[in-house]
Design a binder for this molecule. Structure first.
Ligand SMILES: [Zn+2]
Length: 294
């Protein structure tokens, strides 16, 4: 499976460049039936905007809230799987953009869950995306209170389930990659929920989009490369070939198509190259513009 480069670029840029009501966003927010990925890990998101439920006897963990308009889908999906939204005790977020954090306020209200986020993204969540370092006040969502700040390498525990935060900043200041372990059919798998590693149209050279953004991206790729990964997931379906894998799983393919360590490495390599291409292009442009006129 190869990335359709243009498709991803256009999906991601459009998801960021427009509100949720536009055609491109609606195309990413189509309802699909929820299903079990492996063990106690379930998919409860839309066709492209991902959201995951990890269930435990002590309550459940929900990762990502989608757009404002994804929240009712997520609630329906949780109910359709036979779980209750009120049993969700912990809400997590990949990053504070409107296509992954837009539904959090509603989901928090319905569940009464505690929202745990990194310090870098807690403020944008509380501000509802206002005063974004790139988008200003153009991509706002309902503000949501963060109850607990999680630091790099710290874990959240619910029952026997442990979710660990790995800060992978750049796409947002507090962009977070979560990891956990899931047992299925007597085997235990390392699961990576990779936060978006895309540099969009950010300024990486000269006056950076935020001070240190380029160093943050470099750090992010080295962090991602070190994480052990069997089951590879992310916040956008296209990042991990979600729809194809879902079809294969529902057809009964064995081994589970979501077990994809090679895909995880291809994902990192693809976006690391994309980042360095952007960086190189911006460096060349900066060198040209500072050259003395002849
Ligand atoms: Zn984003």
């Amino acid at each position: 499976m190869k990335y359709s480069y243009l498709l991803i670029a256009s999906l991601v840029l459009n998801s960021i460049a427009f509100g949720q009501a536009d055609e491109k966003s609606r195309a990413m927010n189509k309802p699909i039936p929820p299903f079990r990925i492996a063990g106690n890990l379930y998919y409860v998101g839309a066709n492209e905007i991902s959201s995951f439920l990890i269930t435990t006897p002590k309550g459940h963990i929900l990762l990502d809230g989608g757009f404002v308009k994804t929240a009712p889908q997520i609630e329906r999906n949780i109910a359709q799987l036979g779980f209750k939204i009120e049993e969700v005790k912990i809400l997590l977020n990949s990053h504070a953009h409107l296509d992954h954090a837009g539904g959090l306020a509603e989901l928090k209200k319905k569940s009464g869950a505690k929202l745990i986020a990194s310090s870098g993204d807690a403020e944008p969540l509380r501000r509802g995306g206002r005063n974004d370092f790139r988008f200003g006040d153009t991509l706002i969502f309902p503000p949501v209170e963060v109850d607990q700040i999680i630091a790099d390498g710290e874990s959240v525990r619910l029952g026997d389930q442990i979710m660990t935060a790995h800060l992978t900043p750049g796409h947002t200041r507090g962009n977070t990659t979560w990891t956990t372990k899931i047992s299925d059919n007597g085997k235990t798998y390392d699961v990576v929920f990779a936060g978006s590693p895309t540099a969009l149209d950010y300024q990486l050279v000269g006056k950076e989009s935020y001070p240190g953004i380029t160093a943050d991206f470099e750090k992010t790729f080295s962090v991602l490369k070190k994480l052990p990964c069997d089951i590879f997931l992310s916040d956008h379906g296209t990042f991990y070939w979600f729809l194809e894998k879902r079809e294969k799983l529902l057809r009964g393919e064995n081994p589970n198509p979501f077990i994809d360590p090679d895909g995880y490495r291809r994902f990192i390599n693809h976006f690391e190259k994309e980042f360095h291409d952007k960086l190189d292009a911006q460096r060349r442009a900066a060198a040209l513009s500072t050259r003395a006129p002849e």
